[in-house]
Design a protein around this ligand. Structure first.
Ligand SMILES: [Zn+2]
Length: 251
């Protein structure tokens, strides 16, 4: 698997306190999910946890890809992965990575590392695209209840945050979506709105296809031991079309 070289951001980590406890990833957990869970476990203040993790007191407001990832890797002592690994496996960047050139990937990593860099959606050109640049928090109410029953807690799942995903293939129902941005580390189950049930089998089919395609795209980099390489765009398109009816979970 190829690894993108990025700038040295070690200078921003001087004199920054480290975490008292570094949790391990839960299966399928997003970066925001881990931070929200860590905040709950630490019992710390929202602003101070945001500052320790990402160098910004209001980091909790950015629910998809926060800046200041160099700080996060430093605070977690690299135990949860490098910036590149986390971007590709724990954030919505996973769905865009296969389409990005090597140069764009380097820009993505640099932008994610720097606290004051260009926002990730702009690096990806999302504001000008049909997809838009908004990746709200989403979760499945039934998955949420299952998680509470089994572990007493349900964490945000990356597979339910990916662009184009409004459907839970396990429970055959639409997701709930958090509507308002607030300065808190949110947990699933509050201040969300159900996205509404599909009105026909055709809508169910479309929602299922979108969910499967997005999950497949997000899993491509990990599925290929050699990465996609320079011609990743065409390979990705072929793979996505031929497997769009088979959901691939993000673990
Ligand atoms: Zn579900």
């Amino acid at each position: 698997m190829s690894v993108c070289k990025s700038k040295d951001f070690s200078y921003i980590n001087k004199n920054i306190p480290r975490l008292q406890h570094i949790p391990t990833w839960w299966e399928g957990e997003s970066l925001y999910g881990l931070c929200s869970r860590l905040h709950m476990l630490s019992g710390g203040r929202t602003r101070s946890d945001g500052y320790i993790l990402f160098g910004r007191e209001h980091s909790c407001r950015i629910v998809d890809v926060p800046s200041g990832m160099a700080r996060f890797v430093h605070a977690t002592e690299g135990l949860l992965g490098s910036t590149e690994v986390i971007l590709k496996s724990r954030t919505v960047v996973a769905a865009y990575w296969p389409f990005a050139s090597e140069a764009t990937r380097r820009q993505l990593i640099d932008a994610a590392n720097d606290v004051i860099a260009t926002p990730i959606p702009i690096v990806l050109g999302l504001p000008a695209s049909k997809f838009g640049s908004y990746h709200p928090l989403r979760y499945c109410a039934a998955c949420h209840q299952d998680g509470l029953s089994r572990r007493g807690y349900f964490t945000w799942q990356l597979s339910q945050q990916l662009p184009g995903v409004w459907w839970c293939p396990q429970h055959k129902q639409t997701l709930e979506q958090v509507q308002k941005v607030r300065s808190v580390w949110r947990q699933p189950g509050s201040e969300s709105l159900a996205l509404g049930s599909p009105k026909s089998d055709a809508e169910v089919h479309a929602l299922s296809l979108m969910q499967a395609l997005s999950s497949t795209l997000a899993s491509l980099e990990r599925a290929s031991p050699i990465g996609l390489g320079p011609d990743g765009h065409s390979k990705c398109s072929t793979y996505g079309q031929s497997n769009c009816s088979t959901p691939v979970p993000v673990n």
